[in-house]
Design a protein around this ligand. Structure first.
Ligand code: HEM
Length: 559
């Protein structure tokens, strides 16, 4: 009887497979179109039917432009997928990213989990579990506090001095020019290596991509960005269970090179206690056998966090945290640095104004270092035009180029005047928020650092009004995200940027190799700039003028 039934079903399918397949697809598309009542939101028709629309858009590597056009056409809420909304209204920021709102990161972030010996590791950045995140963040937060920067500044100084020296040796007067984005990336990787492990990767010394780490990460982001639009695809490719199993059994090595570097550094620090298997203890729980570290680096702080909370902060989490530093902190910082220099070179009046500020500061004796050109963090904080240029670059070119996706908690939430059902994926992109005219003025597309300054000639109400505007602009900056998942490395990246930008400008005249050549942007989650070739000429350092006021050496380093 069962055999008879099976053969009837089999012959029915054999005869009608085409209409059956078409019907199933149609039902699926209609279901997508009306999913969660999102059909009331405008957007590309295809986007409402399938995530493949988003996939192709992101695969095209300029989704931030698509998002800008769509919001210009359709308004503040745009449907980017069957279950996905993008919000442009700054009021949405608090609703989505505000503390204790219960939104969790979407599966886009799961695709970003690194793989070590066949194990996928949820990091502080990529976890979608808010409770786990809150505990993890509490354990490591103090390592990133503003007050901890004092301890990291010598690390940044080491790499920055070498960077200045190598820039002179390799590129000054060199007519072939310098691939500036890559050079800044080498710098950012080495700084993170030094702050994390007291050891540089060696990119700047060798002027080469050590172990292919930079290109590996670049390719990984090229993968993550489109695959993250349809996260289950990750199980077909990089996190394919067969591939992971083969890796666990040691047949293939699917370990990220950044993770390998982290494990080597930990082995150097912890010696024989390092097990090669992340599922077994990686580090000794007791402090016995731990080598002395001269000055506290991030790894020593993560190990201290483990000592304080051994029940939570296991060996794997220590390693994951160390890996995240390179993963989340290098490309982002390099992109932000490249955009500062790019916008300065494209806007000669701004560059001239910044040079004047730096030269005047040097002549007045502000800078303690008159040999290498290195600027301290404390000194950089007395340069308002520098601050304005950096903020304006962050505004025009935020590193993250996609909406920071979150899942609306049950039973739904009100977002900027819209009730959105639980389970819907929502997000805001800094590329949209940072170009809202009601916050930044009508010239949002122009690089105008002056918008961040309160004119010394302003008085009374005018001054108060401008101060209020600057406060509002600061409050809406979204380049580091917002709320409980805001960038933990923000202070470290600011330390790097506020030091290396003025240091390079003191030491070198920098110009485009070919001013008629535009850079080429590639949005692979982070919006990287290619084709940015620069030329360097050594500049005489401006010395303190005779009789300039003595440097106030007793000033506090950090406010
Ligand atoms: C200019 C440089 C940087 C930019 C623009 C940047 C941007 C961001 C953004 C937008 C987020 C939030 C992502 C989201 O909500 O989806 C984030 C998170 C994070 N960033 Fe950064 N970042 C920078 C530098 C760094 C550095 C130097 C480090 C490490 C030393 C770092 C480590 C992290 C980590 C671990 C998270 C996850 C935090 C959490 O979820 O608790 N970042 N970053």
């Amino acid at each position: 009887m069962a055999g008879f039934g099976n053969s009837v079903v089999g012959s029915f399918i054999a005869q009608f497979w085409l209409p059956i397949t078409v019907s199933v697809i149609l039902v699926w598309l209609v279901k997508n179109r009306y999913h969660n009542g999102l059909n009331k939101y405008p957007g590309p028709f295809l986007a409402s039917l399938t995530d493949w629309w988003r996939f192709w858009d992101v695969y095209g590597q300029r989704p931030e432009l698509t998002h800008q056009k769509l919001h210009a056409k359709y308004g503040d809420v745009v449907r980017l997928g069957p279950n996905n909304l993008s919000f442009a209204d700054p009021k949405a920021l608090k609703s989505i990213y505000g503390l204790n709102k219960g939104f969790v990161k979407s599966d886009f972030y799961v695709v970003q989990q690194s793989v070590v010996k066949g194990h996928s590791l949820a990091s502080l950045f990529s976890t979608t579990d808010n409770n786990f995140h809150a505990q993890f963040r509490r354990c490591v937060n103090s390592a990133f506090a503003m007050s901890a920067l004092v301890q990291y500044e010598p690390f940044v100084d080491n790499t920055t001095k070498l960077f200045l020296k190598q820039t002179e040796k390799l590129f000054a007067g060199n007519s072939s020019g310098c691939n500036f984005t890559q050079w800044l990336q080498f710098y950012a990787f080495d700084v993170i290596g030094e702050i994390t492990y007291s050891k540089r990767h060696g990119f700047v010394e060798k002027n080469e991509d050590i172990d292919g780490i930079v290109s590996y990460l670049g390719n990984l982001f090229l993968y993550v960005a489109p695959i993250g639009q349809i996260p289950w695809l990750d199980l077909v490719f990089l996190k394919n269970p067969i591939y992971l199993k083969l890796s666990q059994w040691g047949f293939i090595d699917a370990t990220f090179p950044v993770a390998r570097f982290a494990r080597q550094r930990m082995a150097e620090r912890l010696g024989p206690n390092l097990s090669g298997d992340p599922s077994k203890p990686l580090l000794p729980v007791s402090t016995e056998g731990k080598a002395e570290v001269k000055s506290p680096d991030l790894l020593s702080k993560f190990l201290a966090a483990q000592d304080a909370r051994p029940d939570f902060m296991n060996d794997v989490l220590v390693q994951t945290m160390a890996v995240s530093m390179a993963f989340a902190g290098s490309e982002t910082t390099a992109i932000s640095l490249a955009s500062v220099f790019y916008y300065l070179l494209r806007n000669p009046s701004a560059l001239a104004a910044l040079r004047t500020e730096l030269d005047d500061a040097a002549a007045s004796g502000l800078f303690s270092d008159c040999d290498s050109g290195l600027v301290t963090w404390a000194e950089s904080q007395k340069l308002p035009y520098l601050d304005a240029c950096i903020k304006e670059s962050f505004r025009l070119h935020p590193a993250a180029g996609l909406p920071l996706e979150r899942v609306v908690p049950e039973p739904g939430a009100d977002i900027a005047g819209h009730h959105v059902k639980g389970g819907t994926v929502v997000g805001c992109s800094a590329w949209i928020i940072h170009r809202r005219p009601e916050i930044w003025g009508d010239d949002v597309d122009a690089f105008r650092p002056e918008r961040w300054l309160v004119g010394a000639d302003l008085k009374g109400e005018q001054k108060e009004e401008q101060e209020r505007r600057v406060r509002e602009m600061n409050g809406m900056m979204f380049q580091f995200g917002m709320g409980s998942r805001t960038c933990i490395g923000k202070n470290i990246s600011l330390l790097e940027i506020y030091k290396v930008v003025p240091s390079l400008l003191r030491r070198f005249d920098i110009r485009f190799k070919d001013p008629s050549q535009e850079w080429k942007l590639v949005n692979a989650w982070f919006v990287k700039q290619n084709n940015f070739q620069a030329m360097f000429e050594v500049r005489d350092l401006v010395k303190p003028a005779a009789g300039s006021k003595e440097k106030e050496s007793s000033e506090k380093l950090l406010s």
